[in-house]
Ligand binder design. Structure first.
Ligand code: IPE
Ligand code: IPE
Ligand code: MG
Length: 250
């Protein structure tokens, strides 16, 4: 396997550097039990806590999880309200979980749409875990790839205008430089994206960053996802041959 970090677990698995997850199926999990959707989200938060710990112990370097999309505001006021309430509660809990596993926290997405206390909370949890040296847990909230790309273009253009960049200098913009304007600046691209609950779509997640990412889709609903399912995804990934546009080696 190439382009994978040097971490091999005690069962011989090569552990991807960067795993990204589209956690999906919370609503269906609750509905199947006759529970309100919010209960599915609550259970989903418990799963997330466990998976953060599992990934950190396995030696994953970056775990990026899609928690709330720029399109999720379309949901009922009741559901959005329940999600914000959970977010407030778990933000505090997340710091504890992160410190327990030496994990650094980072948020990606557009923060200004959140209530001021949530925005402050985000800054606090990034600061409070800054010195941890283990895995980085990246939480994508009010995140949408198209929004991220447009924000990056705005930022680049404003900087270019302010610094009086010439047309020639603008023409010289590289992919690498542009990636530095995205929310994920400085992070490696994901090696593996896992989507739970059986949906075969990207839903506006890491479009730029997942150009050569391997996808793994499981029918398991997020609240039922666990370490065994995570290892299945990693095993599947271990069987892939990544070519990055090059040729088959056999
Ligand atoms: C994922 O679960 C969590 C969020 C998108 C916030 P869903 O709420 O999308 O669950 P389903 O897809 O309706 O089952
Ligand atoms: C994607 O799930 C967003 C998150 C997991 C936060 P959705 O449930 O919103 O995606 P669609 O609507 O099924 O594509
Ligand atoms: Mg869904």
């Amino acid at each position: 396997m190439e382009n994978v970090n040097d971490i091999i677990d005690n069962e011989g698995r090569s552990i991807p550097d960067h795993i990204a997850i589209i956690l999906d199926g919370n609503g269906r999990w609750a509905q199947r039990r006759g529970l309100p959707r919010a209960m599915g989200h609550k259970q989903g938060c418990e799963t997330l806590e466990t998976i953060i710990g599992d990934c950190a112990k396995l030696g994953v370097k970056y775990l990026t999880v899609y928690g709330f999309s720029t399109e999720n505001w379309k949901r009922s006021e009741e559901e959005v309200g329940a999600l914000m309430k959970l977010f407030r509660f778990y933000m505090v809990k997340l710091v504890k979980v992160a410190n327990e596993h030496n994990v650094r926290l980072r948020m990606i997405g557009e923060k200004s749409r959140f209530a001021p206390d949530i925005q402050e909370g985000i800054t606090r949890l990034e600061n409070e875990t800054r010195d941890n040296t283990g895995m980085t847990f990246v939480f994508a909230v009010n995140y949408g790839s198209r929004d991220e790309i447009v924000r990056a273009i705005r930022k680049y253009t404003i900087e270019a205008l302010k610094s009086g960049k010439s047309e020639e200098e603008i023409e010289a913009l590289t992919e690498q430089e542009f990636a530095g304007y995205l929310d994920t600046a400085g992070m490696p691209d994901p090696d593996l994206v896992i989507r739970t609950s059986g949906e075969f779509r990207i839903s506006n997640y890491l479009l730029w960053q997942s150009a050569y990412t391997e996808y793994y889709i499981t029918p398991v609903l997020w609240p039922d996802f666990n370490k065994a399912e995570l290892l299945k995804a990693i095993d599947d990934f271990n069987g892939r041959e990544r070519r990055f546009g090059g040729r088959l080696k056999k």
